[in-house]
Design a binder for this molecule. Structure first.
Ligand code: DQA
Length: 148
C-alpha cells in the first residue's frame, strides 16, 4: 500500500440505507465502506473510513489526515452548506481533497447549491449515488500516482 485515503462522512450519513432511500438509496454506510476499501486496494491504497455527526470530530480527523493521509474524500453532509470551520481545516491539508454528494445537490433546495467545502475541493462528485465515493477514490489514485 502506498498511502491512506481518509474517507470522511458527516451528519446523518450513519443512517444511510434507512434515511430517505428515495434520495440516498438503500445501501448502508457499511456497504459503502466495504466497496471503498476494496476499490482503493485495487489501486494499491488503503482507506480509513469514518463518520461523525459532530463538526469538531470531522475537524479533528482532518487534522489527523495532515500527518497520516495522502488524500481526503469527504461527504460533509449538511456541513457542506454551513461550515467555514471544516473549510478552514481542509485548507490546512496539503494533498488532494475530493468532495462527494450522493444526491445531486443542484437538483434540490436552493440552499444545497452553495458549498463552503468546494472552495477547497480539487473535484466535486454529486448525483452519482454511492458510486460517487468510488469515482472520488479513482480520481485520488490518479492524483497521488499519476504514472499508474
Ligand atoms: C449530501 C447532500 C447534503 O445536502 C445533505 O445535507 C446530506 C447528504 C449528499 O450526500 O447528497 O446530508 O451531502
Amino acid at each position: 500500500m502506498t498511502g491512506t485515503i481518509y474517507v470522511l462522512n458527516g451528519p446523518n450519513l450513519n443512517l444511510l440505507g434507512k434515511r430517505q432511500p428515495e434520495i440516498y438509496g438503500k445501501e448502508t454506510l457499511a456497504d459503502v465502506e466495504a466497496a471503498a476499501v476494496s476499490h482503493a486496494e485495487s489501486h494499491g491504497l488503503s482507506v480509513r473510513f469514518l463518520q461523525s455527526n459532530a463538526e469538531h470530530q470531522l475537524i479533528d480527523w482532518i487534522h489527523e489526515a495532515r500527518e497520516d493521509a495522502v488524500a481526503v474524500v469527504i461527504n460533509p453532509g449538511a456541513y457542506t452548506h454551513t461550515s467555514v470551520a471544516i473549510l478552514d481545516a481542509l485548507n490546512t491539508f496539503e494533498g488532494p481533497v475530493m468532495e462527494v454528494h450522493i444526491s445531486n445537490v443542484h437538483k434540490r433546495e436552493e440552499f444545497r447549491r452553495h458549498s463552503y467545502v468546494s472552495l477547497r475541493a480539487d473535484g466535486v462528485i454529486a448525483g452519482c449515488g454511492t458510486q460517487g465515493y468510488l469515482l472520488a477514490i479513482e480520481r485520488v489514485a490518479r492524483l497521488v500516482n499519476p504514472a499508474a
